[in-house]
Design a protein around this ligand. Structure first.
Ligand code: NAP
Length: 283
């Protein structure tokens, strides 16, 4: 257990429930590793007290918080200032209390997605060929923002409910092409990147039924699902010789900007951190 001084820097994560969150373990690892006098605490906040809880951060001297389910969208309305990324994704996962006491809402999921992609598949180029994204929920929105900002020219959006994908096309423009769920396997022939941003393949959920035989040998396959870490999609892709990117790195990288803003240290995602969080996931 950490020993705190009266000057300890404070941050945490608000969720309901919050007990499933891996963020206290992850930030706690960095706090100890970098010898920071600080604490990152789980904050169980019921949805109808979110405004009060966020408003209380300044009075309590918190440096900021992360938001997890179900608070990410509601938090948009409870901050003084929103980053352009948070506005485009339509969700806040990180709040930083400024020196002036103002609350700034940001979303670091797009950053985490891209940092992990660049670290795991440095050969991938955004403007080379189309990309395919399965899913049109909150995670998919962050992936879309990341890929469009990186210069992707054509993004094939494949979702079970077509109206949800069409809404994203309206929001993000003509680089998005909506593809029927039934055509998900045939739409993969010339893509440079395939991303699973659905919950399919996650433990306790239905499997992802997807044929990979049209995939090019150079296609990078990225699964956002991290429980299990080695999903059936990643196993099948690896077996055919495709480069694969797992979902855990995104979770780790998205935490970096918050830690730096609250605790003043730029943290690193290392093999030791991955092993620590993996152990935590198994516990
Ligand atoms: P969400 O908003 O609930 O969206 C779920 C998506 O999965 C929707 O596109 C939904 O399609 C699709 N889906 C669910 N059941 C399906 C089925 N039986 N058949 C076809 N499609 C189905 O969830 P989310 O927040 O975007 O999260 C999606 C996944 O990403 C989860 O596994 C989550 O753990 C993971 N994730 C990982 C990270 C990370 O850091 N690695 C970050 C965020 C999320 P419909 O629109 O048709 O319902």
């Amino acid at each position: 257990m950490a020993i705190l001084s009266g000057r300890a820097k404070l941050a945490g994560v608000m969720g309901w429930p919050v007990s499933h969150s891996r963020s206290p373990g992850l930030h706690g690892y960095w706090l100890e590793h970098y010898g920071v006098d600080g604490a990152y605490v789980p904050l169980a906040v019921v949805p109808d007290r979110l405004r009060d809880a966020i408003g209380g951060l300044v009075a309590l001297g918190f440096r900021g918080v992360n938001l997890t389910l179900p608070h990410k969208e509601a938090a948009l309305g409870h901050v003084d200032d929103l980053s352009a990324t948070a506005r485009r994704i339509g969700a806040v996962n990180t709040i930083v209390v400024g020196a002036d006491g103002k609350l700034r809402g940001d979303n670091t999921d797009a950053f985490g997605f891209l940092e992990h992609l660049k670290a795991s598949a440095p050969q991938w180029r955004a403007d080379a060929r189309p990309v395919a994204v399965l899913g049109a929920g909150g995670a998919a929105r962050a992936v879309i923002v990341a890929l469009l900002d990186e210069g992707v020219i054509e993004l094939r959006l494949i979702n079970r409910s077509p109206e949800r994908a069409s809404k994203l096309r309206e929001a993000f423009g003509p680089a998005i092409t909506v593809v029927d769920w039934a055509a998900r396997s045939t739409a993969l022939s010339d893509v440079s990147l395939l991303v699973n941003a659905t919950s399919l393949g996650m433990s306790g959920q239905a499997p992802l039924d997807l044929a990979l035989d049209r995939l090019n040998q150079t296609t990078v396959v990225y699964d956002l699902v991290y429980a299990p870490l080695d999903t059936p999609l990643l196993k099948a892709a690896r077996q055919r010789g495709n480069a694969v990117v797992d979902g855990l790195g995104m979770l780790l990288h998205q935490a970096r900007p918050g830690f730096q803003a609250w605790f003043g240290v730029e943290p690193e995602v290392t093999a030791a951190l991955r092993a620590f969080v993996l152990d935590d996931l198994k516990a």
